[in-house]
Write a protein that binds this ligand. Structure first.
Ligand code: FAD
Ligand code: LAC
Ligand code: ZN
Length: 475
């Protein structure tokens, strides 16, 4: 872009959103141009921060006219570099962070309608304020945005009971690559009027449009809840426990997360203020939450009965149930401390595999065997959402051994291939909840059915013929 074209483009943007909302200064742009793990760094002509859907539409049209691509960005907490420009063509980062209005709360319809830039935690709080629950729960909830959650079809710890983001969205408003505003903000629970554009936008990672508003489902707020940390001797035992608790407690199980001992130790080593809730070492731990809408539900008794039988069967060796909110929070802090702990431990690469729940033990055992045999200096840790069959294999490469970027990249590709091939042989997916972004494009091309890839490309070409929306991501 010539300097004069660039200047007239930037003035046009300033006319639309106001000069102070077009950031061009390098230092101010910096936080928007690098992902939080510092894996990806990009360039942009500007960071543009519109305040309304109309402004987003005008910005997209201006980008069209100037042949500049649009990279939507929410809280920049994504795992795959999707919100960072990849420099192939001149880009702007379109940040939704000024769009934080709660548009409507309807407790009778059990819905909330919000701007896409609302923080996830903000929506949880507004829902609680009308005695409802918005159940999406992520370690990043204080900084990720609901638009980002929809664009990545986020998962998290409550999927077992409430589903992924896709299951929680009733309506979407979006600015399409053409600059047109699609008003799909329906508050309906049933609507069979043809193809559903909403489901195309969920998980599209900014490649099919800018999500500007969403309608979300609300649920009854649990009045009883219980958190327990349970020691189990193996991943097989963890699965047997899940099966037993499902039979005994049904839908009261809201979270059932697993962690290997080495990951548990790693988190606690980095947070000396956190108490170790159980003495001794166990190969695996289960993080359990039970909830019930009844204030009088006796969750403790239900769990004790189940656990007593599980002890007898040898699938549980120890357990502690939180007796205070602080104790419960401290248990969950261990679960949510994983990502930080991994970053401290070395060059960490977190896989995001899904396999059928029944195949999780097979998956874990095969990955363990293959990686320890072929890459003895790479340590493997596990954490994940067992109830969803979604296990994060965390491979940590010692910084000293992998200081050479080419050596790291080559070994990483081999480790990825091991994990992906085992997953695929079990009918699994290479990305359960984090998405594709920049990181996983090659892996997607290698493991997705060619017909499905062709279909995705055709859809993209139809909605975005000039490829201005987040190019170089997903496909
Ligand atoms: P960003 O990172 O800003 O963007 C992500 C992608 O969405 C990009 O491709 C971007 O272009 C696109 N996008 C963002 N906003 C819009 C929009 N309005 N319209 C169109 N496209 C848009 N993820 C999970 O699924 N489960 C977890 O358990 C989980 N735990 C995490 C824990 C921690 C500590 C951290 C840091 C992250 C975790 N994540 C998890 C990943 C991340 O928080 C989610 O992917 C989240 O949904 C991203 O939201 P964001 O607003 O930060 O999006
Ligand atoms: C988790 C994120 C990394 O489950 O998805 O902790
Ligand atoms: Zn996860």
């Amino acid at each position: 872009v010539s300097a004069s074209d660039r200047n007239s483009f930037l003035s046009r943007l300033a006319e639309i959103v106001g000069a102070r909302n077009v950031v061009v200064n390098a230092a101010d742009m910096e936080p928007f141009l690098v992902d939080w793990r510092k894996r990806y760094r990009g360039k942009a002509l500007a960071i543009v921060q519109p305040a309304t859907t109309q402004e987003v539409a005008s910005v997209v049209r201006a980008c069209h006219a100037a042949e500049v691509s649009v990279v939507p960005q929410g809280g920049n907490t994504g795992m795959c570099g999707g919100a960072i420009p990849n420099d192939a063509i001149p880009s702007i980062v379109l940040s939704l962070s000024r769009m934080k209005r709660i548009r409507d709360v309807d407790p009778l319809n059990d819905t909330i309608t919000v701007d896409a830039g609302c923080l996830l935690a903000q929506i949880q709080q507004v829902a609680a304020g009308v005695d409802r629950l918005f159940p999406m729960s992520l370690g990043s909830e204080g900084s990720c945005q609901i638009g980002g959650n929809v664009a990545t079809n986020a998962g998290g710890t409550a999927v077992l009971r409430y589903g992924t983001m896709r299951d929680l969205v009733l309506g979407i408003e979006a600015v399409l690559p053409s600059g047109e505003i699609w008003n799909g903000l329906t508050r309906l629970r049933k609507d069979n009027t043809g193809y559903d554009l909403r489901h195309l936008l969920v998980g599209s990672e900014g490649t099919l449009g800018v999500i500007t508003g969403v309608v979300l489902k609300l649920f009854p707020r649990p009045k009883s809840s219980l958190t327990s940390l349970i020691a189990v001797p193996s991943i097989e035992a963890a699965l047997a426990l899940l099966t037993k608790l499902r039979a005994d407690c049904g839908e009261r199980i809201t979270m059932f997360e697993v962690m290997s001992l080495n990951e548990f130790d790693l988190v606690l080593a980095g947070q000396p203020d956190l108490p170790r809730p159980l003495g001794g070492d166990s190969p695996w731990y289960v993080f359990l939450e039970l909830t019930d809408p009844l204030a009088t539900a006796n969750l403790n008794e239900a769990l004790e009965t189940s656990l007593a039988a599980a002890f007898e069967d040898g699938i549980v060796t120890d357990a502690v149930t939180a007796t205070s909110l602080t104790q419960a929070e401290n248990i969950w802090r261990i679960r949510h401390g994983v990502t930080e702990a991994n970053m401290r431990a070395g060059i960490s690469v977190s896989h995001d595999t899904a396999v059928p729940v029944s195949s999780v033990p097979d998956f874990v055992n095969r990955v363990d065997d293959e990686i320890s045999r072929r890459f003895p200096d790479v340590s493997v840790y596990y954490v994940g959402h067992l109830g969803d069959g979604n296990i994060h294999v965390v491979a940590i490469f010692p910084r000293d051994d992998y200081a050479d970027p080419d050596h790291f990249a080559a070994t990483l590709a081999e480790v990825n291939a091991v994990v992906d091939e085992i997953a695929t042989s079990l009918g699994g997916s290479i990305s359960a909840e984090h998405g594709i972004g920049q990181s996983n494009r090659r892996r997607l091309a290698a493991f997705k059915e060619p017909l499905a890839l062709d279909f995705m490309r055709s859809l993209k070409a139809m909605l975005d013929p000039t490829n201005i929306m987040n190019p170089g991501k997903v496909i």
